[in-house]
Design a protein around this ligand. Structure first.
Ligand code: FEO
Length: 615
């Protein structure tokens, strides 16, 4: 039975996924499977864009037959001749003998190399910029040699603004129902595989990928249809920017990857101490890998991600430990550049892995190997701890240069206070417990295909904890008639201490079972969390709107209105003057001569920066 997806009015995805294959290209572990994407354009002429791996050919032919609905197949465009995309070509020609095969001359040579059928009569050879009119669509062909094989080209449909990119923008991972990248949490669930696919499959060819990216800049692209993984139609620039970094061998993130090879745990111990010291020095982005446990492709992918790389290896048969050597040679083969590398060697009687690892990195481009190579003889001794700490300091300093801390002198709080905000009651429900808090951070992000909002919530708030647990919340949009008492009720006390909804007789439940206010409110919005991001003091929840209702035409309150009209004015000075600082947000007074710089207002949870001295 067919299983296809519509991309545009005339273009369908007719590919399939393989979740049984253990090793892609018989090399790379793919626990999440792989998709082989094939597309069909149904215009006055019918055009198939690439076929699929033989493992999924049965599904593919059912899809193709259904999509054609009895029409002949006029063209096959061959963007890439690797067998995971062309293995079904032989059978395709048997089924559709009048088919014309469109490809560049290198592809035609490869067809002759792979197959025995004669393509002389059926071949349409194209070169850079050539076009094929199919009725209402015009396809243009752009050569992309070595992304990933020499015959690779990409095809652009001017009518629907679709770019069929061959392996470029592909990723490991089967298509699990949702074809489009905006239908899944790509950054959380797919980026690891996308990076691994890029680094391991085309990472060696950064120059050629950059050249393709330059060609793409001249095209108006609304869809990216790769031969593997999700189709892109939203936020395409985010993925293109990842490609720009990977292709130029620019670190994707400041941070440290530590890969170690340890037979009896002593080298691992040094790696752990280094990681721990880096963490103490404030480095948050650290990943560690035992090269005997993870596949070398993981080391390659993560090396494309991080700015700083540490390799710690025992000496083995007077060389580098075998799994580490394989990983390092793989890095070299994939042309990794522009990284800072630190080395730790171990050897009980003749340590040499450090020197040998350095030789590999010295033969690569723009790899800065730090001079401080730590040598362990069997096990790390206390008198070596200082050297390891010095190495950690050197790495941490170098990482922090890439993540500069903003100069506080250049940031004036009054400028931040000019931002305009609304005010809202954010409510959630966990079991029988209802809770809510005042926030000013609701923003609509998208309108189509679904409405999404973002909400930033202080992590100290119980409501934050409840949303993290349940993934759902309501927003009650407050109006200018909301009294100060309402702000005190929901904003100046914790739901851990009181039941904030106790005695509030102006609530109803929306379909998600969460309370919203029916008074002092002109609308409510229900939402379901699809992503959350940790920003130290606050969590930013990204959520899809599931229900909304406009309750009346009252005017929404703004933060400025609240300060000017709702919040009581400071009481006249009494004779007995207190020494201390007042919170400009909620009026809480801290008594004392010095306000600790990390002080957090116990009422409204704002930091010391919003406090001013009492006058
Ligand atoms: Fe997906 Fe280079 O083949």
């Amino acid at each position: 039975m067919h299983c296809i997806k519509k991309i545009t009015k005339d273009i369908l995805w007719i590919g399939a996924s393989d979740r049984r294959l253990a090793l892609f290209e018989n090399v790379f572990p793919i626990p999440r499977g792989i998709s082989y994407n094939s597309y069909i354009l149904l215009d006055e002429k019918t055009v198939l864009l690439d076929t699929v791996d033989k493992a999924v050919s049965e599904q593919f032919f059912q899809n193709l037959e259904y999509a054609l609905n009895g029409r002949p197949l006029d063209y096959l465009v061959v963007n890439h001749m690797e067998p995971d995309h062309c293995a079904s070509m032989n059978e395709l020609l048997l089924r559709y003998p009048d088919l014309k095969i469109v490809g560049n001359s290198k592809a035609m040579t490869m067809i002759n190399n792979f197959f025995d059928f004669d393509i002389k009569e059926s071949s349409v050879i194209v070169k850079e910029g050539d076009t094929l009119n199919t009725g209402t669509h015009t396809l243009s062909f752009y050569m992309a040699p070595m992304v990933h094989w020499p015959e690779v080209m990409v095809t652009y449909d001017k009518t629907d603004k679709v770019l069929f990119t061959a392996d470029a923008f592909g990723t490991f991972g089967a298509i699990n129902g949702n074809l489009f990248a905006d239908e899944v949490n790509f950054e959380k669930d797919w980026l690891f595989d996308a990076r691994s696919y890029y680094a391991n499959i085309v990472g060696k060819y950064g120059v050629q990928v950059t050249s393709l990216l330059k060609k793409m800049e001249k095209l108006d692209i609304k869809y990216i249809c790769s031969l593997h993984g999700p189709v892109w139609r939203d936020n395409i620039s985010w993925f293109i920017n990842k490609y720009k970094k990977w292709a130029s061998y620019t670190p994707e993130e400041p941070g440290v990857m530590i890969a170690y090879a340890s037979v009896y745990g002593h080298t691992e111990n040094a790696a752990d101490i280094l990681a721990s010291t880096l963490a103490d020095l404030g480095i948050k982005n650290i990943e560690m890998f035992d090269v005997s446990v993870v596949h070398p492709s993981v080391i390659v992918a993560e090396s494309f991600r991080f700015s700083h790389l540490v390799f710690a290896s025992t000496t083995y048969n007077t060389g580098i430990f075998c799994n580490m050597e394989t990983a390092l040679l793989d890095l070299k083969a994939h042309n990794l550049q522009n990284r800072t590398v630190a080395l730790i060697e171990n050897g009980s009687w003749a340590p040499s892995s450090g020197k040998l690892m350095k030789e590999i990195f010295d033969s690569m481009k723009n790899i800065n190997v730090l001079d401080n190579i730590i040598t362990i003889k069997s096990a790390l001794k206390s008198n070596q701890r200082t050297s390891l700490e010095q190495l950690a300091e050197e790495i941490a300093k170098s990482v922090s240069i890439l993540t500069p801390i903003p100069d506080k002198e250049k940031i004036e709080n009054p400028a931040m206070f000019t931002l305009s905000y609304g005010l809202f009651v954010l409510s959630a429900k966990d079991g029988k417990k209802d809770n809510g808090c005042i926030i000013n951070t609701v923003t609509q992000i998208t309108d189509t295909p679904v409405k999404r909002i973002s909400v930033a919530v202080n992590k100290a708030n119980l409501t934050n904890e409840m949303i993290k647990k349940t993934g759902a919340f309501n927003i009650s949009v407050l109006t200018t008639d909301a009294p100060f008492e309402l702000f005190k009720l929901f904003g100046f006390q914790s739901g851990r201490d009181v039941d904030k909804f106790d005695g509030v007789d102006y609530t109803e439940k929306s379909e998600n079972g969460i309370l919203y206010l029916t008074k002092y409110t002109n609308a409510f919005i229900s939402a379901r969390v699809i992503a959350e991001h940790d920003y130290g003091t606050h969590t930013v929840f990204i959520a899809e709107v599931t229900e909304t209702k406009k309750l009346n035409n009252d005017v929404s309150i703004t933060y400025a209105y609240y300060f000017a009209n709702t919040k009581p004015k400071p009481k006249p000075k009494t004779e007995e003057k207190k020494k201390g600082f007042i919170c400009t947000i909620c009026g809480y007074i801290y008594e004392g001569d010095v306000l600790p710089p990390d002080f957090i207002c116990p009422i409204c949870k704002h930091g010391a920066e919003v406090f001013v001295p009492l006058k």
